[in-house]
Write a protein that binds this ligand. Structure first.
Ligand code: SAM
Length: 250
């Protein structure tokens, strides 16, 4: 569904049908997906410029334009990137696309099992967990149901990271949802593989635990360190997705 939202070609008729339903309820969904990718690019550039050389991208999605390794390698060609997704299609496509590329791996993993991800032998070949790492959770934690304890998942990941590591999150919210449009659109995912749980600012902030949020803190997507010449969209303060990057003290 996300690939189709971003204008990609790796999707099925059922995905396209489901996306059309979501877009009929919240017409700015494709724009928000693009803003999420733009946040990903700015965040990874920031992290690489801050000295991070190891990235674990959980819920990475299908390899698409402007991938984490491409951005990180522009800043630091020695960066290592591990893509993790629960979807076997992502694994197949990702491996085909990235075959033979040094310093990049795709593994199948479930965000609900954070310790299995961080202990994965393929991941450990590229990532030294005793050194700072960036764990990226872009647009994935809202697919984790409250019953699966997203706060506990975030806490386990934070605990597994060395001091000086970073956690980057984007997460859909209904904090600015006048009229229930976002809730209605999220409900369109009820019949999809993964359902969406909208969360408010307090819950998303809690996912960072004692990590120190880098400036400008937890914001909407477009408000997080916009490119200097960028014109902010009119809805910049009311977007239905939060964005933030936190650093583990020490
Ligand atoms: C909306 S896409 C986000 C892709 C990318 N992170 C981005 O922000 O552009 C969400 C991805 O999360 C994956 N996903 C959903 N639940 C997951 C889970 N429990 N563990 C790992 N990946 C999951 C889906 O397969 C999908 O590829």
């Amino acid at each position: 569904m996300y690939d189709y939202l971003l204008g990609g070609k790796d999707n099925y008729a059922a995905d396209r049908e489901a996306v059309r339903e979501v877009v009929s309820r919240a017409p700015d969904t494709p724009f928000m997906a693009r803003e999420n990718r733009a946040f990903l690019r700015r965040a990874v550039r920031f992290l690489a410029a801050s000295g991070i050389r190891q990235f674990v991208d959980i819920g990475s999605g299908l390899p698409t334009q402007g991938n984490v390794h491409e951005i990180a390698h522009q800043v630091a060609p020695d960066s290592r990137v591990v893509y993790v997704d629960i979807d076997p299609v992502v694994l197949t496509h990702g491996r085909a696309l990235l075959a033979g590329r040094p310093g990049v791996a795709v593994i199948q993993g479930d965000a609900r099992r954070p310790d299995d991800i961080m202990d994965d032998p393929e991941l450990r070949k590229l990532v030294d967990v005793d050194r700072p790492v960036a764990v990226l959770m872009f647009a994935v934690l809202h697919f984790i149901d409250d019953a699966d304890d997203p706060q506990g998942i975030a806490a386990s990941l934070r605990a597994a990271m060395a001091p000086g590591s970073y956690l980057a999150i984007s997460h859909v919210t209904d904090d600015f949802d006048t009229g229930g449009r976002v809730r209605d659109a999220a409900a369109a995912y009820d019949s999809a593989t993964s359902q969406i749980t909208l969360r408010g600012r307090t819950d998303v902030l809690r996912m960072f635990g004692d990590f120190e949020l880098v400036e400008p803190g937890l914001t909407t997507l477009s408000r997080w360190r916009p490119d200097p010449n960028a014109t902010l969209p009119p809805d910049a303060d009311r977007q239905w997705c939060y964005a933030g990057v936190g650093r583990k003290p020490g």
